[in-house]
Write a protein that binds this ligand. Structure first.
Ligand SMILES: Cc1ncc(C[n+]2csc(CCOP(=O)(O)OP(=O)(O)O)c2C)c(N)n1
Length: 285
């Protein structure tokens, strides 16, 4: 016998097997781009870029209303990459969606390139410059509040790192978003359990992280954040919630998709060697 949640998931996967396969294929393609870009740049953050690929792929290729050829379209859903060091994943997604040519991706972190190490609002499709951790939820809350005041229908999404949740500003924004009942706002926490110096629970205990968001007045959903079917369901649920913002705690693996990188924090902020890059690309093929 299944719980209601489990059978709902089965319904979704039965209905959308083709769509889910397309998302997973797309995510694999994005991961290849991320590996290659960081290899060519010789620096970057592969671990936390790979952990969030499935969430970003589902957002941009399933959930969000957006027009890559018209990045400033006023009706677009907004996405803020609060954990800005995962820029390679966002750039690869935006290029794949058609915001700018894929051939620009290997210019990551090069002098004069628009694709700097952290997102810059000059890049088509990048809403705001980000990367100073702790700020994205405040910005997303402001945009969500503006949407309410202007009576617009767009949704606002932001992706935070779990280590990023050590920043006090995150919780000020969490309080504000629930006070103003910003039900057009969804915050996704990339709960990969690691931050720059090691385990999140050793550095600054976050658990019970779902309970914390709930206590701040948010609707909370916990999922496997590397499974597109669960991401789809959570994002669909978030759209239905009225009167409060939604937090999705997305349990992921840092370095997801590459056997020798998964859950290995040495890859938080270092490029792959040529040999590592070749093995990684082979594994993704
Ligand atoms: C305000 C601020 N302090 C420090 C940094 C440097 N920094 C970059 S990534 C990172 C760790 C972030 O950990 P987490 O949010 O868990 O990201 P993930 O593990 O998903 O990469 C830090 C401290 C920063 N970008 N901003």
């Amino acid at each position: 016998m299944h719980s209601q949640g489990a059978s709902k998931l089965e319904d979704i996967s039965m209905m959308n097997i083709g769509a889910i396969k397309r998302l997973d294929d797309k995510a694999r393609k994005i991961r290849k781009q991320v590996i290659n870009m960081i290899y060519v740049a010789g620096s970057g953050h592969p671990g936390g870029s790979l952990s969030c690929v499935d969430v970003l792929t589902t957002l941009y290729f399933h959930t969000m209303n957006h027009k890559p050829l018209e990045p400033e379209w006023t009706g677009r859903d907004r996405f803020i990459l609060s954990k800005g060091h995962a820029a390679p994943a966002l750039y690869a997604i935006l290029a794949e969606a058609g915001y700018f040519p894929v051939k620009k991706l290997p210019s990551l972190r090069k002098m004069g390139s628009m694709l700097q190490g952290h997102p810059d609002s000059k890049v088509p499709g990048v809403e705001v410059s980000s990367g100073s951790l702790g700020q994205g939820l405040s910005i997303a809350s402001g945009i969500a509040m503006a949407g309410k005041l202007d009576k617009k229908n767009y949704s606002v999404y932001t992706l935070l790192g779990d280590g990023e949740c050590d920043e006090g500003q995150v919780w000020e924004a969490a309080m504000l978003a629930s006070h103003y009942k910003l039900d057009n706002l969804t915050a996704i926490v990339d709960r990969n359990g690691l931050q720059i110096d090691g385990l999140t629970e050793k550095i600054m205990c976050l658990e019970p992280i779902a309970g914390k968001w709930r206590a701040f007045g948010w609707h909370v959903i916990e999922i496997d954040g590397n499974k597109s079917v669960e991401i789809i369901e959570a994002l669909d649920e978030a759209k239905e919630i009225r009167g409060k913002p939604t937090a999705i705690i997305a349990h992921t693996f840092k370095g997801k998709g590459i056997s020798f990188m998964e859950w290995i924090n040495a890859f938080h902020g270092r490029a792959l060697s040529k040999e590592e890059m070749e093995i990684a690309l082979q594994e993704l093929s």
